[in-house]
Write a protein that binds this ligand. Structure first.
Ligand SMILES: [Zn+2]
Length: 259
């Protein structure tokens, strides 16, 4: 099993990351009187498709699964990864399948034609596995974006998600949505619960992202009980839970949310 790839933490990369945040934006004004929460799972492990989906479905909710087709049927640091059966079951149960790059390409290190090829490859590979829905939501692997990749993917998808750990409120960039991780052990999960509780006084659109959902999770995963504790906090908050695709459609039609 190869060691997981980690994006660069050099000063140059940090400057580029900042620059990407402020460029090629598609801003909307998120001024909600009733909070929205979306759960997303990246890559995605089989445990997210089974234990993760079960935790959401027990509350009557559905999530967004950002798939990288290269992982299908593989075993990696997240454990066993999704397969065609998981895709079919999730889709039939009303979950959203979102797009990642095919080989989990770091978009800050690739040129636009490689990114486009990777996205198209991913879409066609998932269709070949039996996916029928059109993918309208995209997540940048590692949350790594550039102005050029944001511009490119803005034309293909309704939303592009990053990994900056904030609630989406006020002026929000649909080309790099914030999202709060469901990882980091008890301290990380406490932060996710705090973010949920903060919605009660200051509503916004809170997106979570998770990876594996299993006992003894990876560094980027959580346990089923931890996910359930976040779900319980969301239930207590009274927030509406919807997939990222459904939430973005809602934003298009609501007054008070303008692009
Ligand atoms: Zn990913």
């Amino acid at each position: 099993m190869n060691a997981p790839y980690l994006p660069s933490s050099s000063i140059w990369s940090r400057v580029n990351r900042q620059w990407a945040r402020f460029s090629a934006r598609t801003p909307i004004s998120v001024d909600l009187d009733h909070a929205i929460v979306s759960f997303s799972f990246d890559d995605f492990p089989k445990s997210a498709a089974i234990q993760g989906a079960q935790a959401l479905e027990d509350h009557g909710w559905r999530g967004t699964y950002y798939a990288s087709a290269v992982f299908a049927g593989q075993l990696n640091h997240h454990g066993e990864m999704f397969d065609a059966e998981d895709l079919h079951r999730l889709e039939a149960s009303g979950h959203e399948i979102g797009c990642h790059t095919y080989e989990h390409l770091d978009c800050s290190k690739a040129n636009v034609s490689d990114i486009m090829q990777s996205v198209e490859h991913n879409q066609s590979a998932l269709k070949q596995m039996g996916l029928t829905q059109d993918m309208t939501s995209f997540a940048f692997p590692y949350g790594e974006a550039t102005a050029a990749s944001k511009r490119l993917l803005d034309e293909r998808f309704s939303t592009l998600r990053g990994v900056r750990s904030r609630i989406n409120r006020g002026s929000v960039d649909l080309n790099l949505l914030n999202s709060v991780p469901l990882d980091g052990g008890p301290a990380g999960i406490a932060k996710a619960v705090e973010a949920t509780e903060a919605l009660i006084l200051h509503p916004g659109w809170l997106i979570f992202y998770a990876h594996d959902v299993q006992e003894n999770p990876s560094e980027w995963g959580c346990t089923p009980d931890q996910l359930r504790s976040v779900c319980d906090a969301v239930e207590r908050s009274g927030a509406r839970v919807m997939t990222i695709g459904d939430a973005s459609k809602e934003f298009g039609t609501r007054s008070g949310l303008t692009s």
